[in-house]
Design a protein around this ligand. Structure first.
Ligand SMILES: Cc1cc2nc3c(=O)[nH]c(=O)nc-3n(C[C@H](O)[C@H](O)[C@H](O)COP(=O)(O)OP(=O)(O)OC[C@H]3O[C@@H](n4cnc5c(N)ncnc54)[C@H](O)[C@@H]3O)c2cc1C
Length: 469
């Protein structure tokens, strides 16, 4: 029997599964197709969740090794059971992915395991692991097929010694010397995991700063902190090759003057970005093509492709490759299908780096405001002046608020410091309601909390009124 649905979602990452749940909540008969055995996509299986599990474990170890003594805590025979660390990471992943399976059941969403591909704009074939095929139909289809790691054209990923983030999350040993190609978010998070566990980590980055898409001040402070952790950086250096022989990898690169250099290590992590994934989707069957370089699917302002009733969301379309961006788009498409008029303000999607200290930002950077000729004022507050940060010993970093010079409206917030990933929510909410720096500065913030740094930065932005500096 040909199953008929209102909506079919292809891909079960944060874009797809959220879209499916919202569709079901709105009364639409919904199916979701996932080619892997577990739901949750990149984010839950080999992205956000496992990386955060390892970041937390390695942070505990690092604190025990380096900071506990100052707290008066003595430890003897401190060691790492790396196998247990990876096992725990997998348990965290499994708990999350089975949680999504439960949510599918709870919302009466039919789950199909297999590769989904278009027959026509309303019909999808599911190729299952046992080579059988099944067709299902729907009035609307949401493509949420995500992305995969990309590499440099001259580097072959062997998944053993020359690896991507996926393998870096499941190594069987702690690298002695990890050579990291790329100083972006994913690379630095995983690099800091292994640096904390004792690996020598060398980062080679083509640009002259790390996390180059974020406000420059954040990159400078993060660089200082990661160097303190022992990571070494080759900025403005261009990788020319990476080869593996036995247990050794050799990475060759040019320095800014064009001189040849070489590093040898036991693992090379290639973290140079991700590329949209549409393999096997059969886009040609419905007359869709992908953008040449990014492989992304083109959508309009309603996230509809050029084929009516076929939408695309998340990493497979333009914009930041972030789980919460994919989730918001999943919700938007579901609500649009039932005739609602939802809206996403892409300027207010926060970006976070889960190093320690964490880095988080929302809105415009100083560089963007200068480029647009917008007059702005700045207020900063360093964590070393925060009582809460003194108590925990997290003195690195700052909060920087950028506000319109005339209206005082907050235009951007950039922070690096303890729990910045959680703290950025206040800035997002303030900006969503178009708050001024003064609005936030007049809002009570519990003492002592890290969030007081946000209030102090807003006070600083409204005419040098910060209290604690
Ligand atoms: C190491 C790492 C850490 C990250 N950390 C963070 C973080 O902390 N915060 C954050 O916001 N983002 C993070 N990201 C990015 C985040 O994982 C992605 O932005 C997010 O997963 C995108 O969601 P999506 O739904 O678009 O696609 P995905 O999560 O990639 O899911 C797509 C799914 O579609 C399936 N699929 C593909 N084609 C088909 C087909 N034809 N048929 C059936 N199924 C198909 C795939 O198997 C996959 O499960 C991280 C990524 C990595 C790699």
């Amino acid at each position: 029997m040909l199953m008929q649905y209102d909506v079919i979602v292809i891909g079960s990452g944060p874009g797809g599964y959220v879209a499916a749940i919202r569709c079901a909540q709105l009364g639409l008969k919904t199916a979701i197709i996932e080619k892997y055995a577990t739901l949750g996509g990149t984010c839950l299986n080999v992205g956000c969740i496992p990386s955060k599990a390892l970041l937390d474990s390695s942070e505990h170890y690092h604190n025990a090794a380096h900071d506990f003594a100052t707290h008066g805590i003595k430890l003897e025979n401190l060691g790492i059971d790396f196998g247990q660390m990876i096992k725990r990471k997998q348990e965290v992943v499994d708990a999350n992915t089975s949680g999504i399976a439960f949510l599918m059941k709870k919302n009466k969403i039919d789950v199909y395991q297999g590769l989904g591909s278009f027959v026509d704009k309303n019909t999808i074939t599911i190729k299952k692991a046992d080579n059988t095929e099944q067709q299902i139909t729907a009035a609307s289809v949401i493509i949420a097929t995500g992305s995969k790691p990309s590499t440099l054209p001259f580097i072959k990923i062997d998944k053993k010694r020359i690896i991507t983030s996926t393998e870096a999350l499941s190594l069987t040993e702690i690298p002695k010397h990890l050579i990291l190609i790329g100083g972006g978010v994913i690379g630095l998070e995983l690099g800091s995991v292994y640096a904390r566990l004792g690996s020598k980590v060398s980062v080679i980055e083509y640009m002259d700063s790390i996390i180059p898409t974020m406000d420059r001040g954040l990159g400078r402070e993060l660089l200082r902190v990661l160097k303190k952790l022992g990571m070494e950086f080759y900025l403005g250096h261009k990788v020319t090759g990476a080869t593996a022989k036995g247990k050794e990898v050799t990475v060759t690169f040019d320095d800014p003057k064009g001189e040849k250099k070489e590093l040898k290590g036991d693992y090379c992590l290639v973290a140079v970005g991700r590329i949209a994934y549409t393999d096997g989707l059969g886009l040609d069957k419905i007359g869709l093509t992908v953008e040449e370089r990014s492989r992304k699917i083109t959508v309009d302002g309603h996230l509809q492709t050029s084929v009516k009733g076929v939408y695309a969301i998340g990493d497979v379309i333009k914009g930041a490759m972030l789980a919460h961006k994919a989730e918001d788009e999943g919700t938007l498409v579901a609500e649009q299908i039932v005739g609602q008029k939802p809206h996403i303000d892409y300027n207010l999607i926060p970006g976070v780096v889960y190093t320690w200290p964490e880095v988080a930002a929302v809105g415009q950077t100083e560089e963007q405001l200068k480029e647009k000729g917008i007059n702005y004022k700045t207020g900063s507050f360093p964590f070393r002046a925060s009582g809460r940060a003194r108590a925990s010993g997290d003195l690195d970093g700052f909060v920087k608020v950028l506000a319109d010079a005339t209206t005082d409206e907050i235009l951007g917030v950039h922070m690096i410091g303890p729990r910045a990933a959680d703290m950025i929510a206040e800035a997002v909410l303030a900006m969503e309601y178009r708050a001024s720096a003064e609005d936030v500065s007049r809002t009570s913030h519990a003492h002592p909390t890290y969030t007081e740094a946000m209030r102090e930065a807003c006070l600083a932005a409204t005419g040098n009124r910060a209290i604690h500096i």
